[in-house]
Ligand binder design. Structure first.
Ligand code: BES
Ligand code: MN
Ligand code: ZN
Length: 534
């Protein structure tokens, strides 16, 4: 068995006396009874130039009364008149909301959605998501009357519907099987172009978001570092341009990754550093964009144990890792001309006789020593080695890390924005833009020099949490200490964005935040100068 307690390099040999190994330490405890989640179900999508015969549900997007006259001109006059009367009686404003009408013509339901005038990609995709979700109980066929809309909007509508059809009831297999849905026909005179956009990008996004959300929604007895790796390998199987490497404990020991190894010592499931690279044909050769994700498959707090109430939500603490791998999955499945690496820093934070303690000292791959102030500030420990590895080994054009890092970012930004921290303005600007375009919003936060004071240690180079104050900023500063100052780097704290109850857009659980953001960002990435930022 490897002696991975040797977390400090030989220069600190006096501190590297191995501890006795507990018999169970770092052996994978596989669940004795294997449980298996139900398969994802989405409506198959096709595009057509003309409206199919009335059957099932008709989706009718309308931005004005005039839209009814033009878009619905293919419906019999009597049906159009009935719709018009119903909309007037309901004082439908054509801006937001939806109205479902039953018993008109041969349709079981006509679902009118108010589109307003904003036909931006994010706005239209969101309309589709709400409609897709609202119509999940309609098992019959769906026809979407999308004539008069540009191909981009038509494709976004279809993409949004697929995103909206996601289900988080993973272990209610019977209920899911009983509710399989028939297909969607998107009616558009731009059907060919819309299909190309949908097949070329939208479909991959739908699947990648479902992949990321499934990983986050799965409980920690199913998804642990090794099973996260297995799921990832399965999702990328057969996709061109992809190489996958998973560093196990001995490999990480060899590289000196004492920080992630220290974070995982209390768990029976050993940590992994998962590296997924996709290089598309025609990709620029300036080095990859590296996306590093916090992959804590369960965060109990460790010896700095969390309170019991709501602790189960901490199965979501690998959402950053799920989103970075999801973004690369979307890019790879659509064969985008980009060079991108996802690093999932996977570890389980548990209390145990072998677990790291407050005041323990670890050493990361870049040689920096870390005093553990709280074992509950573990996300930054795994990311320290992930970003140091990227910086030393991958010649990155940029490093962006994504993490459910702090409760403090939730206090600051709620569930409206993820927090963005960067020393490099041109990189931050590209990320904010990608946030606006994708709908996964970002708000830039400061990296004040005082955060360096907050994380000063008297025994090591840095400590993993400050006394109090700007908690999200201190966490960002800590991660930044493991990246060279000149490497363009940004940190995104998604603790407030990754999870939530059911609403119009999603079922209870994971939001999949970050997949669309990072996919959009990497697609449009422009290299930024490698100069020390501040
Ligand atoms: N995974 C948590 C952050 C978190 C907390 C996300 C609550 C969502 C809801 C993280 O590992 C953590 O425990 N952070 C601590 C940091 C502190 C110990 C410096 C926090 O935010 O309290
Ligand atoms: Mn924690
Ligand atoms: Zn955590």
């Amino acid at each position: 068995m490897p002696i991975h307690h040797l977390l400090l390099a030989s220069s600190l040999a006096a501190m590297t006396v191995p501890m006795p190994q507990a018999a169970h330490a770092q052996e994978v405890v596989k669940p004795s009874l294997t449980i298996k989640a139900a398969k994802a179900q989405f409506r198959p999508v096709s595009f057509a130039a003309t409206l199919p015969a009335a059957s099932g549900t008709l989706v009718l997007p309308l931005g004005s009364e005039a839209d009814l006259a033009s878009r619905a001109s293919v419906l019999p006059d009597a049906e159009r008149a009935a719709i018009s009367r119903a909309l007037a009686a309901a004082e439908f404003d054509y801006k937001t909301g939806a109205l479902s009408l039953r018993g008109i013509g041969g349709w079981d339901r006509i679902h009118v959605i108010g589109t307003g005038k904003d036909l931006s990609a994010a706005a239209v995709q969101k309309l589709g998501t709400i409609a897709g979700r609202a119509l999940m109980k309609d098992k019959g066929p769906l026809a979407v009357l999308a004539t008069g809309l540009p191909a981009e909007a038509v494709a976004e509508l279809a993409t949004g519907m697929g995103i909206g059809e996601y289900r988080s009831d993973l272990y209610q297999a019977k209920a899911r099987e009983a509710s399989a849905m028939a297909g969607t026909t998107i009616v558009s005179e731009n059907g060919q172009a819309a299909r190309a956009l949908y097949e070329g990008r939208g479909k991959a996004l739908i699947e990648a978001m479902a992949f990321a959300r499934d990983l986050s929604n799965e409980p920690a007895n199913v998804i642990y570092p090794e099973s996260f790796v297995e799921r990832t390998r399965a999702a990328f199987a057969g996709v061109a341009g992809v190489s996958i490497e998973a560093l196990d404990v001995p490999a990480m020991e060899k590289l000196g990754m004492g920080s992630i190894l220290g974070s995982g010592r209390g768990s029976a499931r050993p940590p992994r550093m998962l590296i997924v690279r996709y290089t598309g044909r025609g990709a620029p050769s300036a080095g990859p964009v590296v996306l590093a994700g916090k992959g804590i498959t369960f965060d109990s707090g460790g010896i700095s144990l969390k309170a019991g109430a709501g602790m189960g939500d901490m199965k979501f603490d690998m959402s950053g890792a799920a989103s970075v791998v999801g973004a690369v999955l979307a890019l790879a499945r659509s064969q985008a001309p980009v060079d991108v690496v996802a690093i999932a820093a996977l570890s389980e934070n548990m209390p145990d006789g072998n677990a790291a303690r407050p005041a323990d000292v670890l050493q990361a791959m870049n040689g920096k020593t870390i005093e553990i102030n709280s074992t509950d500030a573990e996300g930054r420990l795994v990311l320290a080695d992930a970003v140091a590895y990227a910086d030393a080994r991958l010649n990155p054009a940029a490093i962006v890390d994504m993490a459910t890092l702090t409760g403090s970012i939730m206090t600051a930004l709620g569930d409206d924005y993820a927090g963005l921290f960067s020393r490099h303005d041109p990189l931050a600007d590209q990320l904010v833009k990608a946030g606006d375009v994708s709908g996964d919003a970002l708000w830039r936060m400061p990296l004040h020099p005082s955060y360096a004071e907050d994380t000063k240690s008297t025994i090591a180079d840095i400590k993993n949490s400050g006394a109090s104050g700007a908690g999200a900023g201190a966490g960002a500063h800590f991660i930044g200490a493991f990246v060279k100052p000149e490497t363009p780097w940004a940190h995104i704290d998604i603790a407030g964005m990754a999870w939530g109850g059911a609403n119009d857009l999603k079922p209870a659980g994971s939001t999949g935040y970050g997949v669309r953001l990072l996919e959009q960002f990497v697609r449009n990435f422009q290299p930024v100068p490698k100069v020390a930022g501040e």
